[in-house]
Design a protein around this ligand. Structure first.
Ligand code: ZN
Length: 427
């Protein structure tokens, strides 16, 4: 029997239970809004599920990460009371170890209306809907399904299998994964179950979020002074600077992983704000106008240097602008230091192992690509030397309304991960 047939047979008796677990996780609010996060409720659901499967997961506090002094640790986050969950299955010692990593936190539901509520977990047309279904409770459920299936079948791998559900991934956190590595949970390879449409992502991008905040004008002036100053009037030129920046970034050498992407290093405006249009807001010119800009970086880029040049360009623009030289906008990062990208060679034994597993389970050559987002992969690979790939289910709507994951693809993810684990760790 091939590892993929084996994996399918292992997963079949658990399929319904795993989808029920996923539903329950989606129905559990685990929203993180910096500096805090509500992950514990979800970790307890997961713990109870694992207990019922006869497994003994461990929950541990991550509060030490803030004071760890690690350069990637975010000192402005509140970690007290937030817990990672880890399930460590010791191998016989004759194989390579594998880390399955996923995050329990989600972004908020947002203000836009959902067809059903964000916490519905409703299944319609083969899709399971709700906040976090795709990002990334689908992948998280699939990961833990692997350990449950091996346990149920009484299979002990050669190498250790470490399966973890971490906190604080969203908003560029990284605190949960960092706490886990600093604690000593290391492995010979890692896969992160973020949604990838069942494609194998061997690279991820870096990211940096900054708010450009311009305050100008005087609250006493509207209806009182001959001239009223508004920063909103001048936002167009600031937007043009962002546009020019985006155009310049599009020309950077792409490297191998992102060569096929139409815009390999997007510069996106995530928010643009100056007063509100609801009738609670009096009619007056805004005194503050702000942009939230999201920069991404390719795996090979020297991010601090690139950011330094962007910052310089911004300051030159402000100095030469008739309005912004008088009212220079504040440059306020949402998180600092930035997230970095990562890249694993397709020739690496772990890339090959994952590709072989996907090929066997999916019955076709898997698409090998790069993730269109930053994630915790760089922490594993660049900070702790663990070769890392990203592989997870199909879905859409991450960070937006009507987020969903395709139910069947959650099982397929688990099958691929199980086949890869059997092969990598040695059954
Ligand atoms: Zn995610």
């Amino acid at each position: 029997m091939t590892p993929s047939h084996h994996a399918r047979r292992l997963m079949a008796p658990l399929e319904a239970d795993v989808i029920r677990l996923l539903q329950e996780l989606v129905r559990t609010d685990t929203v993180a809004v910096p500096p805090a996060g509500n992950e514990t409720a979800g970790q307890l659901v997961l713990r109870d599920f694992l207990h019922a499967q006869g497994l003994a997961p461990e929950l541990y506090d991550v509060s030490s990460v803030g004071e760890s002094g690690h350069p990637c640790a975010r000192r402005d986050r509140a970690y007290a009371g937030r817990q990672n969950l880890v399930l460590r299955v010791s191998g016989s010692g004759r194989g390579r170890s594998l880390l399955l990593n996923g995050h329990m936190d989600t972004v908020p539901a947002g203000r836009a209306a959902w067809t059903e509520g964000p916490w519905s977990g409703a299944i319609r047309g083969g899709r399971l809907y709700g906040r976090g279904s795709f990002d990334m409770k689908g992948g998280l459920a699939a990961q833990f399904a692997v350990v449950c299936a091996l346990h149920r079948a009484g299979i002990r791998c050669g190498g250790d299998l470490i399966c973890e559900s971490v906190v604080d991934e969203e908003w560029g956190g990284g605190g949960g994964s960092l706490a886990a590595r600093l604690r000593g949970d290391l492995a010979d390879a890692c896969v992160i179950g973020e949604g990838t449409q069942l494609e194998i992502a061997l690279a991820s991008r870096g990211g940096y979020l900054v708010d450009l905040i311009c305050s100008a004008g005087d609250p006493a002036h509207f209806f009182s002074a001959a001239e009223v100053v508004s920063p909103a009037t001048h936002l167009g030129r600031l937007l043009a600077w962002v546009g020019a920046c985006a155009a310049e970034r599009r020309g950077v050498p792409r490297g191998r992983a992102y060569a096929a992407f139409p815009d390999p290093v997007p510069v996106q405006i995530l928010a643009l704000e100056a007063n509100r249009m609801d009738l609670e807001a009096p009619l007056t010119v805004p005194l503050t106008a702000r942009l939230r800009v999201y920069f991404q970086f390719l795996p090979h880029e020297e991010v601090p240097n690139v950011l330094g040049r962007i910052r310089e360009s911004f300051e030159t623009f402000c100095r030469n602008d008739p309005f912004f030289c008088v009212h220079p906008p504040e440059w306020r990062p949402m998180y600092d230091p930035p997230l970095l990208g990562h890249e694993l060679a397709p020739e690496h034994p772990w890339s090959q192992c994952l590709a072989l597993a996907a090929n066997g389970v999916l019955g076709r050559e898997p698409v090998v690509t790069a993730a269109p987002y930053p994630c915790d992969a760089f922490l594993m690979q660049r900070e702790f030397g663990i070769p890392t790939a990203v592989f997870g289910p199909r879905g859409a709507g991450a960070h937006n309304q009507d987020e969903y994951v395709e139910v069947r693809s959650v099982t397929e993810t688990a099958e691929v991960l199980a086949a890869a684990a059997l092969e990598w760790c040695g059954a």
